[in-house]
Each structure stands twice: as C-alpha cells, then as structure tokens.
Write a protein that binds this ligand. Structure first.
Ligand SMILES: NC(=O)c1ccc[n+]([C@@H]2O[C@H](COP(=O)([O-])OP(=O)(O)OC[C@H]3O[C@@H](n4cnc5c(N)ncnc54)[C@H](O)[C@@H]3O)[C@@H](O)[C@H]2O)c1
Length: 400
C-alpha cells in the first residue's frame, strides 16, 4: 500500500540545520526544529543535521538528548559542513557577530538569538553581511520569539486593523528575580565582555522589540536610568543551567547593569515606558505590555500567555470594559495547526512558531521578520539607553 506520508516527505526538500550552543536556548530551539514539521505543513522539512559545543562528551550527549544527527566541537567546522543549510546561533552575544558573518559568507541562512550583538558596530557589520547575503538568496533572522506568542501576534493584527486608533501609550515591563540573592554567582550574563549589557540587553532587548513591533514604528529617543545593585559576586563554579548556576571560589566584579528603566518617544508622538530587571522579587518571567489608543487598549502578560485583554472604547460606556480574549481559536495566529480551543500553548511553542516563520520566509525568498536590520535598530535603542543613563538621563535621540 502507498505510504502517503513518506512520499510527501520525499517531495518536500529538506532544510538542514546546524546549531551552535546547546544549553538553554539550544534546548528551546531544538524543540522548535524537532516539532515544527510535525505540526505545520511546511515547504521545507527541517532536519537536525549537527549541533556544536566546545566539550566533545557534553555536545555528544546534547546531540543524543535533543535529536541532532552529528556533533561538532568547532563552529568553524560546523558552518562549512555540506549538510548544513542554516546556522542557528544559540551562544552568548560575544560570539554572535563572528559566527553569523562567517556563516553567511559560507553560504548559509542564519537564525541568531537576541540581542543581535553586543554593540551597534557589531550589529552594523552583521546587517551589512545579511544584506549582501540576501542578494545571493540567503536569509538572516534574529530570535525575538515573543513576537510569536499567538496573543502578541493577535495584538499586532488588531493594531493593524485600527482597533486602537491613534496610539498614545505603550507601557512595558520585563521582570525576573534570579539575581536577588547577592551570593548568586557571576555567570556570563553579568560580564560585559560576554553579554554586552545586563538586564538591558537581555530583557530590555525583548521589550524594545515587542513595543516597536506592536506600535508599528521605531522609537525616536529615550531617557534612562540604569543601576548595578550588587557590584561583586562569587565566581561561578560550573556550568550554567537555564538561569541557575553554582558558586566556585573567589569573587569578581559585575560589569553590567542590574536594572534599566527608561521612557521613550515614538515619532508619532506616542509615549512609552520600559522597565527591565532581574531584582523584582517574586516575578519570574513577567513580561507585561499595555497599549492605549484613542479607540481602545490591549494588554498582555507572558505569565498568562494564552490570553489577551482588549478594551473597545467605541462601545457604549455602559457595556465597555476590558475583556479577556482566550487566544486559542483556530482563526488566531498559529493556532489552526494546534489543539482544540481552550487547550493552551506555552513558552516553548514560540520557538516552534519562529522556526515555522523562518522556513516559510526561506522557501518564499522573503526577508524574514525580524531581520538583522530590526536587530540593529533595537541595538541602537539599547546604546541610546546606556548613553542617556551615563548623562544623567538626558533625552537621547536614537541614531538612524
Ligand atoms: N529568546 C529568548 O527568550 C532567550 C532566552 C534566553 C537566552 N537568550 C539568548 O540566547 C543566547 C544564549 O543564551 P543561553 O541562555 O542559551 O545561554 P547558555 O549559557 O544556557 O548557553 C550558551 C551555550 O553556548 C555555548 N557556547 C558558548 N560559546 C561557544 C563557542 N565559542 N562555541 C560553541 N559553543 C559556545 C555554551 O557551551 C552553551 O552551550 C544569548 O544571546 C541570550 O541572550 C534568548
């Protein structure tokens, strides 16, 4: 008897992925690549070709656990492999530029975790390389996965439909608490040479991207405060697991911000406020965004990610009020391929959706969204925040 699944698979060309880094994001991206072709109908079939780390035993174990066919210990070897079409970068920011530029030069598509780079200069080099590669048919995308939550994608759709009318406010916070203990060790996220910045580049990058994405326009300028609350910490004693780590001996200096607060102005005149911290005791991964326009408001909370709050100000005041939209209907973004209404999704699904969108962009030859140029623009906002904070919060325009 014919095996329709096998013959269909044979007709769909593969997209062979090589991933660098296999820890927190490596596990999340593996989940995305492994799952996407089993949930969505795709024009290319992702294949987990090879994963790269620096410790041979550990990377082999990671390959077995996450389903990668081969393991490499040098990313330069990985990007030259003939059986890799796309390089997925899941390493700390200090290696993003070097790996991405080399992978693009080697003829590969690239997916790079956020923030795109550690500096504006690196992000500019990456964006130029991505533009040249696009002329050769290669795509480069940055991993702002919170655009891929069905509720945030629905919010974007509703803004596009004009449900909010003229936008007045965007209010965003991204709150975690894993640094509250002053004895938490000095992991790479607390070192400027590896992470670029602290809460700002880690959490702030996400909320700047999400705010600009939902507002549909870039920020024009910012006024900022940053602070490093604990300036010396125990050195890390072993591998980082997720956001956790154990202390070793000795101490070292924290060289990044612990928290960043800033206000911003959009070119349209709308005002925005941002807060990014890892010291919000009790808040684990609380990304909250609210948009207020003349015709309505939208509010989203990542800790309740299957829901979107909407207030329609065009309704009679006697009936108007925030309503909770359960974003699990097949007509909601991404949800036609998932479970029946009410059977919610989670954090990991954003990586499945990210993979889906990139595969479609590659097959269609379309610029991916968010592109490296979008990542560069976020980097410019982060640089303006740091500049403003250094100058007593002076309003600092975003360089174009
Ligand atoms: N999109 C998100 O929600 C999200 C969440 C967390 C982290 N991130 C981003 O993902 C990136 C990685 O963060 P993480 O939390 O996965 O870090 P992690 O510490 O958990 O993992 C980093 C991995 O990179 C590997 N690595 C480092 N340098 C390498 C090199 N030169 N060659 C090969 N492998 C190398 C490490 O061995 C490790 O496997 C960062 O840019 C971070 O900002 C994004």
């Amino acid at each position: 008897m014919a095996q329709p699944q096998q013959s269909e698979e044979a007709e769909v060309p593969p997209l062979r992925v090589g991933m660098v880094g296999y820890a927190f994001m490596g596990a999340a991206h593996s989940q995305g690549w492994r799952t996407v072709g089993r949930v969505f109908d795709l024009p290319r079939r992702p294949v987990l070709a090879a994963v790269c780390g620096r410790d041979a035993d550990a990377v082999r174990r990671a390959a077995d656990r996450h389903g990668w066919a081969a393991a490499e210990t040098d990313w330069r070897v990985l990007i030259e492999r003939d059986d890799v079409d796309l390089v997925d970068i899941c390493t700390p920011g200090d290696s993003h530029a070097e790996i991405a530029v080399a992978a693009l030069a080697a003829g590969k598509h690239v997916l790079c975790e956020k923030p795109l780079a550690n500096t504006v200069e690196e992000a500019q080099v990456m964006t130029r390389a991505a533009e040249e590669a696009y002329q050769r048919g290669q795509l480069a995308m940055v991993g702002f996965n919170y655009r891929r939550v069905p509720a945030t994608a629905l919010a974007r759709r509703m803004v596009d439909e004009g449900r909010l009318g003229t936008l007045r406010h965007v209010r965003v916070t991204y709150l975690q608490d894993w640094l509250v203990d002053p004895q938490f060790p000095l992991t790479w996220r607390l070192r400027r040479e590896q992470a670029g910045s602290g809460s700002l580049g880690d959490l702030g990058a996400h909320i700047v991207d999400l705010a600009q994405y939902l507002a549909g326009e870039p920020l024009a300028g910012v006024s900022a405060l940053t602070e490093t609350f604990v300036r010396e910490r125990p050195l890390a004693g072993g591998a980082v697991k997720g956001l956790s780590a154990v202390s070793g001996t000795g101490t070292g200096q924290v060289t990044v911000d612990d928290a960043a607060l800033f206000t911003g102005r959009f070119a349209s005149g709308a005002l925005a406020s941002f807060e990014a911290t890892r010291y919000a005791t009790g808040r684990k991964n609380a990304l909250r965004i609210e948009l207020n326009g003349e015709r309505g408001s939208l509010a989203f909370d990542l800790e309740r990610l299957n829901e979107l709050s909407y207030h329609d100000a065009t309704e009679p005041a006697t009936r108007a009020g925030f309503r909770r939209i359960l974003v699990t209907e097949p007509d909601h973004p991404y949800l036609d391929a998932w479970w029946p209404p009410g059977h919610g999704l989670g954090y990991e699904h954003t990586f499945v959706h990210q993979a889906r969108d990139l595969v479609h962009a590659i097959a269609g030859g379309r610029r991916p969204d968010p592109s490296f140029a979008d990542g560069l623009q976020v980097q410019r906002v982060l640089a303006a925040v740091e500049e403003s904070a250094e100058k007593n919060s002076v309003y600092t325009p975003i360089a174009v």
